[in-house]
Design a protein around this ligand. Structure first.
Ligand code: SAH
Length: 251
């Protein structure tokens, strides 16, 4: 059996209880060494075989899983954040299904939520934005037509950009071309929840210069939108005059 597990954004205690238990019981662990905090591996059992997938091809990863399966062993495939976001898990799941190897997936705390926590931010502020766009700038991996950053920017929604902090000039020009104003709040969060976490608050118009000044190029998220710093409406849910299924409103 192969367990795909979300490691969380960095801090070792942000893996789920289920993920931690699976990791502790694993005979073989394949972790995404470029981003998963190695401190998580301290809890692996003695004799556990550990592989760093940053140095492996898909074929090599699958070969380790298949061999472990043949030996009746349990494998944990540890992905950063939540595996469903830019995790390249689908190709692994499909290959395992084809080979008849059983698997399951345990979700994790995405770095997108680690970054929001670092900024004390709420993505979905009433009167500001009720939508979060999770995307990336086209790089060596392209994005489909209709999902160009400039096109998604037309919504003015809260936005979280993965895999894009190395191209901040382009990010900035695309956000502006799409319709965010120069003074729209923005932020960079480097290594959210790690000990060396760094946050940089700026605006869309100063994004590239702020990133360069702070030396942030990789392992960072770009967050954009009024949710970072704008007047908002209080929620209806906790408004004393608002009746809900659980509480009667008072005039
Ligand atoms: N599945 C992961 C994302 C993997 S893609 C998740 O849910 O978080 C890798 C990208 O994620 C990086 O280029 C960076 O943009 C972002 N990232 C991962 N960990 C991060 C962290 N701790 N802080 C900020 N950004 C991070």
């Amino acid at each position: 059996m192969v367990h795909f597990v979300g490691a969380g954004p960095g801090a070792p205690d942000l893996i789920t209880l289920r993920g931690a238990a699976l990791l502790k019981a694993a005979d073989v662990v394949i972790y995404a060494g470029s981003l998963v905090n190695p401190a998580l591996l301290d809890n692996c059992k003695e004799g556990c075989e550990i592989f760093n997938s940053a140095e492996m091809t898909l074929g090599e990863v699958l070969a380790v899983m298949e061999r472990a399966e043949a030996e009746g062993k349990t494998t944990v495939r540890l992905h950063t954040g939540d595996p469903s976001l830019y995790g390249a898990i689908r190709e692994q799941l499909d290959a395992l299904r084809e080979k008849g190897v059983g698997f399951d997936v345990t979700p994790g705390v995405s770095s997108l939520f680690g970054a929001a926590a670092a900024l004390d931010a709420e993505f979905t502020l009433p009167g500001v934005s009720q939508s979060l766009i999770v995307t990336r700038l086209a790089g060596r991996t392209g994005v489909p037509v209709g999902e160009a950053l400039r096109d998604l920017s037309r919504h003015g929604a809260s936005m979280a950009l993965f895999l894009s902090s190395g191209m901040l000039d382009k990010v900035q020009s695309e956000l502006l071309a799409g319709g965010y104003a120069e003074d729209t709040p923005a932020a960079l969060v480097y290594k959210a929840t790690w000990p060396d976490e760094k946050t940089v608050r700026c605006t869309v118009g100063t994004l590239a210069a702020s990133g360069a000044a702070a030396g942030v190029r990789k392992t960072a998220l770009v967050l954009v939108g009024g949710f970072l710093d704008a007047p908002y409406e209080k929620s209806k849910l906790y408004d004393p005059s608002f009746t809900t299924e659980f509480r009667k409103g008072r005039a």
